[in-house]
Design a protein around this ligand. Structure first.
Ligand SMILES: Cc1cc2nc3c(=O)[nH]c(=O)nc-3n(C[C@H](O)[C@H](O)[C@H](O)COP(=O)(O)OP(=O)(O)OC[C@H]3O[C@@H](n4cnc5c(N)ncnc54)[C@H](O)[C@@H]3O)c2cc1C
Length: 403
């Protein structure tokens, strides 16, 4: 029987601990929080968006080539994840676009079930325990806590998250320890973060929420494009539609970056043909645009295009109508900054995948040490991709320690 210590009782650490314990090992989980899965409990606005039916390797971003992620997803795709969750007792449902939630719609219940399974498997939970150092030699691994305790183990799984939402426990101090022990760590930066923008032209859009196609531009080059819900605030734009491109903002923040937003998105074709049909009608342009856009957005677009509210479509010149449509499909908004760790959902960067075995999550540098979850240099978009990654790599690490 091996003694396995797991640092972190997040989704990655709990999945890892459960798998390791199922092979009859002594497993001890340490977490600085006094409850398990503190971050997990607030995910998906409390509903826990646990995976996504569209999980594929190309949805993820890393500084390494895609081979590592491909290997992980090849072993744990969304079907395998849903089956795994069902086996634990976490029944799931999914939205039309594939976002998977627990039937209870309660992330707290998910954490509670994980914890119950850990206790059932004989895992020892040492909560309220902060790890401050790891001492590694080829023949021993010792974990040092801030309480002065020293725990010896034959395998150590580090699943202590990134630096997003630090008040929930993940503050990134063990990245420094891993660097000291010789691991390459890619700089940790906010990702899935709201974008701070120039507000001059768009301040009237505050409070507008809608689905849109969002592209990120660096001079004349489109860096990334995504589709999702966006919310205009008093400082910029929030929501999955901008969060999914935000890690690129950090990569190029020194350049002049801007967002280009297409508010017609998937309705473009139908709406353009509808407008063509109505071109000579005695109908107000406002109500016509109101068929696909919220009222505040319609008012904004008309104002920006210099078209008085109440103008009939038949009275608008082709040039003016083209200008209005162009604005609705290509609104340019300059980016000033990105919100920080306290408002982002994950952090980009972390342990370089080049130094980790993609099958077992075993460190190639420090035999006996394994990694799982957000602390690896991988991020996914909004929609369950990050919990999928945490759980999948946790499962693989938990199995890896028993090999
Ligand atoms: C508001 C919010 C909503 C989100 N919603 C979703 C969602 O719906 N779907 C999705 O896929 N992703 C979501 N995410 C992202 C997701 O929560 C993370 O990707 C995931 O929790 C990472 O799991 P992890 O186990 O690697 O790390 P964490 O969940 O961060 O767990 C790491 C644990 O390690 C502990 N720890 C850290 N350092 C130490 C130390 N030195 N000593 C002891 N313990 C330590 C921490 O206390 C923490 O409990 C959301 C994130 C946020 C912030």
């Amino acid at each position: 029987m091996k003694r396995i210590v797991v640092i972190g009782a997040g989704p990655a650490g709990m999945a890892a601990a459960l798998e390791a314990a199922r092979s009859g090992n002594e497993v001890i989980v340490l977490d600085k929080n006094s409850i398990t899965g503190r971050k997990l409990r607030i995910t998906g606005a409390g509903r826990g968006n646990l995976t996504n039916l569209n999980v594929t390797p190309n949805k993820y971003f890393s500084h390494h080539d895609a081979g590592f992620v491909r290997s992980v997803i090849g072993k744990m795709d969304s079907t395998a994840m849903v089956d795994y969750l069902h086996e634990l007792g976490i029944f799931t449902w999914h939205t039309d676009d594939g976002w998977v939630y627990p039937v209870s719609n309660s992330a707290v219940n998910v954490a509670a079930l994980f914890e119950a399974r850990l206790i059932e498997a004989g895992v020892k939970l040492k909560l309220g325990t902060t790890v401050q150092d790891i001492l590694w030699t080829p023949v021993s691994i010792r974990v040092i806590t801030t309480q002065g305790e020293e725990l010896q183990c034959s395998r150590l799984i580090i699943a202590c998250g990134g630096k997003a939402y630090p008040e929930l426990g993940s503050t990134g101090e063990l990245f420094t320890v891993m660097e000291r022990l010789g691991h390459k760590v890619w700089p940790i930066k906010p990702a899935l973060a709201p974008v701070v923008t120039d507000m001059k032209s768009i301040h009237k859009l505050q409070g507008v929420r809608l689905d849109a196609v969002v592209s990120l531009w660096r001079k004349n080059e489109m860096v990334a494009e995504t589709e999702g819900n966006i919310i205009f605030t008093h400082w910029g734009i929030n929501g999955p539609g901008v969060m999914d491109v935000s890690h690129w903002v950090n990569e190029y923040l020194q350049d002049a970056l801007f967002l280009q937003i297409d508010f017609l998105g998937k309705y473009t074709k139908d709406f353009l043909s509808f407008l063509k049909d109505q071109r000579n009608a005695k109908l107000g342009i406002g109500p016509l645009f109101g068929s696909v856009l919220p009222p505040k957005m319609v008012t904004f677009l008309l104002e920006q295009s210099g078209i008085p509210a109440g103008t009939q479509i038949s009275q608008i010149s082709d040039e003016k109508l083209d200008g209005l449509l162009s604005l609705a499909r290509h609104l340019r908004i300059d980016i000033k900054d990105l919100k920080g760790f306290d408002q982002c959902q994950v952090s980009a960067g972390g342990i370089s995948l080049a130094e980790v075995d993609p099958v077992t999550m075993h460190s190639k540098r420090l035999p006996g040490i394994y990694f799982a979850g957000e602390m690896l240099d991988v991020i996914g978009p909004c929609g369950g991709y990050n919990l999928h990654w945490a759980q999948a790599t946790g499962i693989l690490a938990g199995r890896g320690v028993t090999l």
